[in-house]
Design a protein around this ligand. Sequence first.
Ligand SMILES: Nc1ncnc2c1ncn2[C@@H]1O[C@H](COP(=O)(O)OP(=O)(O)OP(=O)(O)O)[C@@H](O)[C@H]1O
Ligand SMILES: [Mg+2]
Length: 234
Amino acid sequence: MSVSWIEVNELKRHYQRGPQTVRALDGVSFEIDRGELVAVVGSSGSGKSTLLNLLAGLDTPTSGSIRVGERFLEKLTRRELALYRAHAHGMVFQSFHLINHRSALQNVELALYFSDLPARERKHRATAMLERLGLGDRLDHRPGDLSGGEQQRVAIARALVKEPEILFADEPTGNLDHDNAGQIASLLQELNRGGLTILLVTHDRELAERVGQRSIRLVYGKVESITSAGEVTA
Ligand SMILES: Nc1ncnc2c1ncn2[C@@H]1O[C@H](COP(=O)(O)OP(=O)(O)OP(=O)(O)O)[C@@H](O)[C@H]1O
Ligand SMILES: [Mg+2]
């Protein structure tokens, strides 16, 4: 029997706002295999970021379960959940979230701050990852002195330097022009071909269709459809 790597079961996240219940996620189930690049699509407010934050262990579900490998996130202790956040995944956001007064190299090194690695090894790994992403000549640049596409590559380097099992990307091309967005899309594809599992949240239907092997479409907090690349949906 083959068992999927990530399994989301009847996941709900409701917010109580006075008398009103906001059903940000309302019973979502799906599975993801190791090595897949899955796009999560849907209009604004459909629950995409809520889903990603739950998968990343940054938020707690109202009900339902998330299994990543052998971990059921809802059963982890606070310490185990902190370790999951620190080591198991990397995150990339629309607005980069880099530290502006630190260099590209320092931004990436900081991701290894809580590892047991000595400082020299942290610097070595951060430098190697930035070089791998084509930023070897930008190590000392601060985010403000980099283009948007370069800043996003620094953010991706920061996510990857921990050698995570999975990359969560929330609208990673949302602040980029067409060319830079295309470069980031190609980079994500290349990383996925190298074996990295990626969950990509995006509004951009073209991007989802271009890179995603499967797309999960959310509508009002529910899964409307799950389609494989090349499938035509009605
Ligand atoms: N902390 C919160 N309190 C109350 N409601 C919330 C909270 N966070 C999100 N919501 C609501 O949950 C719903 C889903 O939000 P979410 O951020 O997941 O949407 P999204 O699909 O990521 O949208 P976008 O494409 O605009 O980023 C929205 O209606 C939002 O207003
Ligand atoms: Mg969002």
